[in-house]
Design a protein around this ligand. Structure first.
Ligand code: B12
Ligand code: GDP
Ligand code: MG
Length: 389
């Protein structure tokens, strides 16, 4: 994590009020696999219009705090069933303060494993609320909406600072842009990062593949830093469950800055804020910026001209036959076409059909086969070499 502003005091906690729906990070602590309760809570919060970034289970304090800062959330909701909750919540609060993020609140639950006496102690130490066994879900959703409000956006003069921004500062900048405010012009000296777009239908393995590419990047460039911008759809009329972080294991690293965006009802896999966010990330000192679209359909071209430098289309072998390939717009523009899930039956046929289809374009597009769910896959190795060469 870039901590150059680590010890500067964060903005003060806002007073409870109604307003735009908050962004909340949720997670389950280290050595705890009880994720069913937090999934229930996640869905209730989304139903209440909250943007929930779900980090997954078995997550360390460092992972939780890094994600909370990068995502510029207003609160962190922890679900803890395996004991050690007093220490874990304490440590999250301490680390948030250490990195200048005391404005981010902490709350949670853990059924009967957190006693009323524990809850009182945790609240005295700075936890905002603990929901005990039997607490009604609707009350929680209401409480979150009432307690956490979006922070005011950064004042224009604070946007211009020398040097690469800290995670905290960069995160606030992205929020400023996401709220529709003007994106500051990048400093004249800042060199541009390579921006790589990853797109394809939902479930093809984009996030899994991206995580494997991140692993190779971190291993091959000991001082390299990268950024990831991911997109997930909103639930119609509700908030959004932004879940890519839960799939990303290797990307939980201090050399990775990751931000999740809701597509806010806009079709085509990206958000209105994507261009502004990329403009900032491209000039924030990263070697590479990856941007993953939400799952897209046949007509969609999520990366408009100039948005990315290279684009990877990830497909699974189950696209439905040769005729479907004639209708897939992304096959015209992708620089790399990847048949992921090459371990599944049909992968060889898919590769043969796609080879024929791409030959019609006469653009020298690369076609590769990967098994992203397997570590050390040679297809992913090859993709990494070709994309980042
Ligand atoms: C379901 C369950 C499992 C499932 C988990 C499925 C899953 N994917 O989550 C399975 C069977 C896999 C499982 C396994 C284990 N379990 Co278990 N499990 C439970 C059980 C029965 C229910 C927990 C639950 O999901 N409740 C549903 C939620 C929605 O309701 P709630 O708990 O009342 O929570 C309320 C609030 O606290 C709030 N809330 C909860 N979290 C959060 C978070 C936020 C942000 C907010 C706002 C609110 C909130 O929401 C609810 C609203 O009313 C509890 C016993 C119990 N009755 O609590 C044991 C329990 C938690 N398990 C226990 C144990 C020991 C284990 C195992 C170690 C067993 C073993 N020896 O293998 C493993 C470990 C698994 C792991 N890897 O961590 C113990 C823990 C003991 C302790 N800490 O001292 C318990 C208490 C059972 C017991 N009495 O022994 N378990
Ligand atoms: N069989 C198989 N499953 C995979 C592979 N890569 C990813 N998956 C699984 O496909 C599902 C969707 O993956 P995800 O990365 O979330 O897809 P996305 O929606 O395109 O980002 C998950 O259950 C992955 O474990 C693969 O190479 N082979
Ligand atoms: Mg994904």
């Amino acid at each position: 994590m870039n901590t150059s502003a680590a010890h500067s005091p964060g903005p003060a906690r806002s007073t409870p009020q109604s307003g735009p729906a908050p962004r909340i990070l949720t997670a389950v602590p280290t050595c705890d696999g009880h994720d069913s309760a937090i999934m229930t809570v996640n869905l209730e919060l989304v139903r209440r219009g909250v943007e929930v970034i779900y980090l997954g289970y078995h997550r360390s304090v460092a992972d939780v705090v890094r994600a909370a800062i990068q995502e510029d959330v207003q609160g962190v909701g922890l679900s803890s069933y395996n004991g050690g909750h007093i220490e874990f919540f304490d440590e999250v609060l301490r680390r948030l303060r250490r990195f200048g993020a005391r404005h981010i609140g902490v709350f949670g639950g853990g059924g009967g494993t957190i006693t009323a006496a524990d809850a009182r102690l945790m609240k005295r130490r700075g936890v905002d609320e603990i929901f005990l066994a039997g607490a009604p879900l609707s009350g929680m959703g209401e409480w979150v909406r009432r307690t956490y409000t979006r922070q005011p956006t950064l004042a224009a003069q604070r946007l211009h600072r020398p040097g690469p921004p800290s995670d905290l500062h960069l995160a606030r900048l992205l929020s400023t842009v996401s709220c529709g405010h003007h994106a500051p012009a990048p400093p004249a000296h800042a060199s541009a990062s390579l921006v790589i777009g990853i797109t394809g239908p939902g479930g093809a393995g984009k996030t899994t593949l991206l995580d494997e590419l991140v692993l190779r990047f971190l291993n091959s460039r000991p001082h390299g830093r990268l950024a990831i911008l991911t997109h997930d759809p909103c639930a119609p009329g509700h908030g959004a469950l932004l879940g890519d972080r839960a799939t990303m294991v290797c990307a939980q690293d201090d050399r990775v800055f990751m931000r999740s965006l809701a597509t806010t009802g806009r079709a085509r896999g990206v958000s209105q804020a994507t261009r502004g966010c990329l403009r900032i990330l491209r000039h924030a000192g990263f070697d590479v910026v990856f941007v993953e679209s939400a799952g897209v359909g046949q007509e969609d071209l999520p990366f408009a001209r100039g948005l990315v430098d290279k684009q990877i289309l990830v497909m699974s072998p189950e696209y439905g036959g040769r005729l479907q390939l004639q209708k897939t717009a992304l096959l015209e523009v992708a620089d790399f076409v990847v048949v992921n899930k090459a371990d599944l039956a049909g992968a060889r046929t898919a590769l043969a059909e796609l080879e024929q289809r791409l030959a019609l374009n006469q653009r020298g597009q690369r076609l590769l086969a990967t098994v992203a769910k397997r570590h050390c896959d040679q297809g992913v190795d090859q993709l990494f070499r070709e994309v980042l060469s």
